[in-house]
Design a protein around this ligand. Structure first.
Ligand code: AMP
Length: 565
């Protein structure tokens, strides 16, 4: 399979990672940046800018610049520029195309497949829109993964003991908090809450407002009224905010910010961490309600939370970390860059799908139906696709021939009704079945899929207790590609399969009737009755040589009626 990359398609910033030599590596842009602003600009001459160049020119061409397109995904709003209208997936595709090009540049090979993350609360249509964006960008979206799940993978908590984990994600423009249940490597999102209009930008705003008020008090000039001055102020505010995450004081200097009757006015101020915390306290507090809500919805108390993971650049703010510690009673887990961990998790999932990462459990549902082959090549499903794992199911089968003492169990995976169209995963023989006429032995076939997606199949003869089993590894994690193909195939071939299946069933039933007819005594019958029975038998044999299930069914019905008399 081609190289798969993991993409965190964010509201404010996006990030891509790839497995390289068994490790997840962030893919840098052509300028060496590790994240790409999710900003697109469509210029007058029709050219497009994506990422940092688009962000830089935003103040000059606000009407031509598109921010936070992720908020529109799955909705009907279109973006109109120069009389052309763009759907949200088209805009997102421009960002994905840039990430794809950067990845190709970095890897020196074409990139065609990706795992993309989405917020846990994304609906089907939002997920589908994300998939469409990938398709438009020339990327086959092999799997869509929930962002908190990706974060959990990046931190490796899926490999630890069973526990509940909180993922607190405060990015540039959105906030969400999820409670996950992690057990035997299966990650389940129990609850999610948040506010998709709250993020780091609001912190910048609070600081810029404060600086503007100071500047106005000194100069009587209002930077809010001058777009260029305001944009410079917002940029300086973000810079100061970032500095205050590691130092206690930030210096803000904006020479020639505005002019007063031809005289330049400069902004020169100092902001302390305490001032910053005071200005932004309401924003930090606004995240705590959803955090409590998510715990309530997941029915867990703070004491039951095993770990707290931080995601999103804004979780570097010390006051945010302190508030999270206060509400959960736990120091957040640190170690992975909060704005890279979702992309890292996506690349780990990509590695699992491509087969380069082992020992990581991700399957939470079976991607395809599993079952065995029965008479005439008919597929008998035992565990249906999309069943949550771990799971165990048993079905009872019997023999097809008289006095058969062994059966071959062929395990298949797929959506077709006939095994011919499905994938053979393995087979084994169960010997020592008690001698009995066909249809009498009771053979239990049990399928079990454990949390790692490993399939165990066993067969047991109820009469003798003889059993046999096999373990099929690596049958889970099928690439979505293959899953989609199987599902599409199944649709396309459904009619043909139905016919073959009916034929096999009719043949099976007809053979059983023939066997019963031969086994029943005819001594008490009149010559006329015997003759009729012989004719019906002959007709059924003829039908069995052909392929018409209706003919087999009618002939079997006739013979069966005569036998019953
Ligand atoms: P994300 O959407 O996860 O990329 O987060 C972007 C947000 O994180 C922006 O608002 C950034 O200003 C903010 N951010 C990045 N680094 C820091 C930092 N060291 N301290 C505070 N905020 C930061």
């Amino acid at each position: 399979m081609a190289r798969l990359i993991g993409i965190d398609l964010g509201t404010t910033n996006s990030c891509a990672a790839v497995m390289d030599g068994g490790k997840s590596v962030i893919i840098p842009s052509e300028t060496g940046a590790r994240t790409t602003p999710s900003v697109v600009a469509i210029l007058k001459d029709g050219s497009r800018l994506v990422g940092e160049p688009a962000r830089r020119q935003a103040v000059l061409h606000p009407a031509r610049t598109i921010h936070s397109i992720k908020r529109e995904m799955g909705g009907g709003r279109r973006i109109r520029i120069d009389g052309r209208s763009y759907s949200p997936p088209e805009i997102s595709a421009m960002i994905l195309s840039k990430l794809k090009a950067d990845a190709e540049n970095y890897l020196g090979e074409p990139v065609t497949d990706a795992v993309i993350t989405v917020p846990a609360y994304f609906t089907d249509s939002q997920r589908q829109a994300t998939r469409d964006a990938g398709t438009i960008a020339g990327l086959h979206v092999v799997r869509i993964v929930n962002e908190p799940t990706a974060a959990a993978l990046a931190y490796g908590v899926d490999r630890e003991q069973a526990q509940k984990v909180m993922v607190y994600d405060l990015g540039g423009g959105t906030f969400d908090v999820s409670v996950l249940d992690i057990r035997d490597g299966v990650i389940e999102v129990l609850a999610t809450a948040g506010n998709n209009r709250l993020g780091g930008d609001d912190f910048d705003h609070a600081v810029a407002d404060h600086l503007a008020a100071q500047f106005k008090a000194e100069t009587r000039l209002d930077p809010h009224k001058d777009p260029t001055a305001w944009s410079r102020l917002m940029e300086a505010a973000e810079q100061a905010k970032i500095e205050l995450s590691s130092v206690r004081e930030a210096h803000i200097s904006l020479p020639f910010l505005m002019q007063k009757r031809g005289t330049p006015c400069h902004l020169d101020m100092t902001l302390t961490r305490e001032q910053f915390d005071r200005l932004t306290r309401p924003l930090v507090e606004a995240t705590l309600g959803p955090a409590r809500q998510a715990m309530d919805d997941a029915r867990v108390t703070p004491g039951e939370i095993g770990k707290v993971l931080l995601v999103g650049g804004s979780t570097r703010i010390p006051a945010v970390q302190e508030a999270v510690t206060a509400v959960t009673g736990k120091e957040p887990y640190k170690g992975i860059n909060p704005d890279e961990c979702v992309a890292i998790g996506a690349s780990l999932q990509a590695g699992v799908l491509a087969g380069s990462v082992q020992g990581l459990l991700l399957l939470d549902v079976t991607p395809l139906t599993l079952g065995i082959e029965t008479m005439g090549g008919v597929f008998s499903p035992i565990i249906r696709r999309n069943t949550t794992i771990p799971v165990q199911k048993t079905a009872v089968y019997t023999t097809a021939a008289n006095f058969q003492t062994s059966v071959e169990i062929k395990v298949f995976q797929g959506e077709r009704q006939m095994t011919r169209g499905n994938k053979l995963l393995g087979n084994f023989r169960l010997n020592g079945i008690a001698r009995a006429p066909r249809g009498v032995p009771q053979i239990e076939v049990t399928f079990a899929i454990d949390a790692s997606g490993i399939v165990h199949v066993s067969a047991r003869d109820q009469a003798t207790g003889r059993a046999q089993e096999i373990t099929i590894t690596a049958s889970g994690n099928l690439p979505q590609e293959e899953i989609d193909r199987a599902v599409a195939d199944a649709r396309a071939y459904a009619g043909e399969d139905r016919e073959r299946r009916r034929q096999a069933a009719a043949r099976d039933a007809a053979e059983a009737v023939l066997y019963r007819a031969q086994a029943s005594g005819r001594k008490s019958l009149s010559r006329e009755e015997k003759k009729r029975l012989d004719e019906a038998e002959k007709r059924l044999r003829r039908a069995l040589k052909g392929r018409d299930p209706a003919e087999m069914e009618q002939a079997a019905e006739k013979l069966s009626q005569l036998c019953a008399k």
